[in-house]
Write a protein that binds this ligand. Structure first.
Ligand SMILES: [Zn+2]
Length: 427
């Protein structure tokens, strides 16, 4: 067993201080205590605070290739989600399988260096440049898994059912690489992806539908009927106001309202964004046991709007975070965004009364659920030792009550970070 000693390590009920961690040959925690091991052992010491590795509950790896390249537009023209989407389509149409793997590897590597140790990849770039399935229909999914394996990050692949161009609209030519015309075609893809995840011991599979605007309601219901209830289910919902208006016009319901009424959206359902909710949806969503995946930096970058986190949390709702378009790859920054958007809109301060512990519990446990992983605490014996190790500024003095809040809110408190993956430094 290899041993570490840290200043403190965060568990779901608070800090363990100091923290001694023993890691076995497979990278799993074998010893966890505030006392040194009884047997004499060499210790690697880090004067640093240890957070659990973050699950990234929503990613489109290929968009790493365009992150920061869609910020200019002709003077006088409109720049919004829908114009950004055109740039995203051009990016998606240009990628070969080799390019996909390279971009995903670079993206996953950056996620790791910033503290994400598992990624949920919401994957819809299935087909070749002409829109024809590859000889191996799961080619692109396999490339994403290969990229994850090379980087070492854990991955839950969510092959996504994408059928249409919008409510009542056929698919656009520029969406041709995404399209599965029928649920049966999607199930074949899912079967192939199931085989692909077996090649990597940190890979798992989920299932998903792009959104209500990209699939017929009857097809979504069929997918939910046939897919395994053991796997996480992911769907984008109510990201843009126009999407909510179009949904009302075409199916007579708001997206989240429709999902809650028509799908068995229980604890394995993860609804991404949910930016525009009415009061009824906030309460029904929280009561349903389903989770919301929030992507604060992407939602800000795309001008989506602000999720009603405070109301949702008060109603008992669960949530995780995701990097989505890859414009932000720093989980601590996502946490700040989550809380600060609430402060800016409610004109009050802390959304969470306990200095960030509730926030951490939500994004770690709900994020692990989103990936199909289970756990009872941030760190547990028998589980892979995946951690974000935060080195603090020279004037930082550890005090258990405020240490986490300072890491999250005081941007100068963290002087640098390193990531441990299965007990090994990732850099
Ligand atoms: Zn997304």
């Amino acid at each position: 067993m290899k041993y570490f000693r840290f200043t403190a390590l965060l568990q779901s009920q608070g800090w363990l201080q100091p923290a001694y961690v023993g890691v076995d040959a497979n990278g799993r925690v074998g010893y966890l205590s505030n006392q040194p091991p009884a047997e004499p052992a060499a210790l690697e010491t880090a004067e640093a605070l240890v957070l659990p590795g973050f699950p990234n509950a929503h990613s489109h790896a290929f968009q790493y290739a365009m992150a920061g390249y869609a910020e200019r537009h002709p003077p006088g023209s409109t720049d919004d989600f829908w114009t950004w989407r055109q740039t995203m389509y051009r990016c998606a149409l240009s990628l070969t399988p080799d390019a996909m793997e390279q971009i995903a590897y670079a993206c996953y590597r950056q996620m790791l260096l910033h503290g994400y140790t598992h990624v949920v990849e919401f994957h819809y770039l299935h087909h070749d440049e002409q829109g024809k399935p590859y000889a191996n229909p799961a080619e692109m999914g396999e490339r994403l898994i290969a990229a994850a394996a090379r980087s070492g990050i854990g991955i839950t692949l969510i092959p996504v059912f994408y059928q249409k161009g919008g409510f009542g609209q056929p698919a656009l030519p520029e969406q041709r690489r995404f399209i599965c015309p029928t649920p049966d075609a999607y199930f074949r893809l899912l079967d192939d992806a199931q085989r692909a995840v077996k090649h990597y011991d940190r890979a798992a599979l989920g299932f998903g539908v792009h959104s209500l605007r990209a699939a017929e309601p009857a097809a979504i219901k069929e997918i939910m009927r046939h897919a395994s209830a053991d796997m996480p289910f992911h769907i984008h919902a109510a990201e843009q106001k126009k999407e909510v208006e179009d949904c009302l016009k075409h199916i007579g319901k708001r997206p989240v309202g429709w999902i809650l009424e028509n799908l068995p959206a229980g604890s394995n359902a993860h609804l991404v964004h949910c930016t525009h909710l009415c009061n009824e949806e906030v309460h029904n969503l929280a009561a349903s046991g389903a989770h919301v995946v929030l992507c604060p930096s992407t939602e800000a970058n795309l001008g989506d709007g602000i999720f009603r986190l405070k109301d949702y949390v008060n109603a008992g709702g669960q949530f995780s975070i995701g990097s989505d378009s890859q414009i932000g790859l720093n989980p601590l920054e996502e946490l700040r965004w989550l809380d600060y958007t609430q402060r800016l809109t409610t004109h009050q301060r802390s959304t969470f009364a306990d200095g960030g512990l509730t926030l951490m519990r939500q994004v770690i446990f709900s994020g692990r659920d989103a990936a199909g992983l289970t756990s009872d605490d941030f760190f547990e014996t028998g589980h892979s030792f995946d951690a974000l190790v935060c080195y603090t500024s020279p004037d930082f003095r550890f005090q258990a009550d405020d240490a986490l809040a300072r890491l999250i809110y005081h941007t100068a408190a963290v002087a640098g970070v390193r990531t441990l993956l299965s007990g090994r430094w990732a850099d």
